[in-house]
Design a protein around this ligand. Structure first.
Ligand SMILES: [Zn+2]
Length: 160
């Protein structure tokens, strides 16, 4: 079942649109609930595709200066907490990862994170800092991440 917000109007036909991840159904005033549900269900594939599309077209949450500032603050804070210091931190568009850490301790943060919440940006920075100690995704690595961000797993799920 698809949940939707219903708007009943003086119209002839039913319309479905998606706004801010919400399905909005405009239906004629006289149309029965059952009929509305049936039409919505028939359109469920189209609706879920649209929802997916909208998610992929996330908008920037910050301007570039703000984004750089968020990264700086978190790097400062997290390096102090963890005692792990990168050689350099760069911000770039990268294709297949949210961040990376080289063997020379150079950290790269993906510019695309500008579309994500602060806690997610913080998680990526922490993740890459932890690679300074462990250049892998071993159990020890994840334990280190967890030590500084106990809920990292929930945050990680939001990063797609
Ligand atoms: Zn990693």
């Amino acid at each position: 079942m698809i949940s939707y917000k219903l708007e009943q109007k003086n119209i002839k036909n039913l319309y479905i649109r998606i706004k801010d991840n919400t399905v909005i159904v405009s239906a004629p005033k006289k149309m029965k609930q059952k009929t509305i549900d049936e039409i919505v269900q028939k359109k469920s594939k189209w609706i879920s595709n649209k929802l997916k599309e909208e998610k992929e077209q996330l908008e920037d949450k910050y301007n570039k200066e703000e984004f750089i500032e968020i990264i700086k603050e978190n790097v400062n804070d997290l390096t102090k907490q963890t005692g792990l210091y990168p050689n350099k931190v760069r911000i770039r568009e990268i294709k297949y990862a949210w961040g990376s850490c080289s063997s020379k301790k150079n950290i790269t943060i993906n510019m695309k994170l500008i579309k994500y919440d602060r806690e997610i940006i913080r998680y990526v920075i922490l993740h890459e800092l932890c690679h300074i100690r462990y250049m892998n995704h071993s159990k020890e690595f994840w334990e280190l991440v967890k030590m500084y961000m106990p809920n990292y797993n929930e945050i990680r799920k939001k990063l797609k």
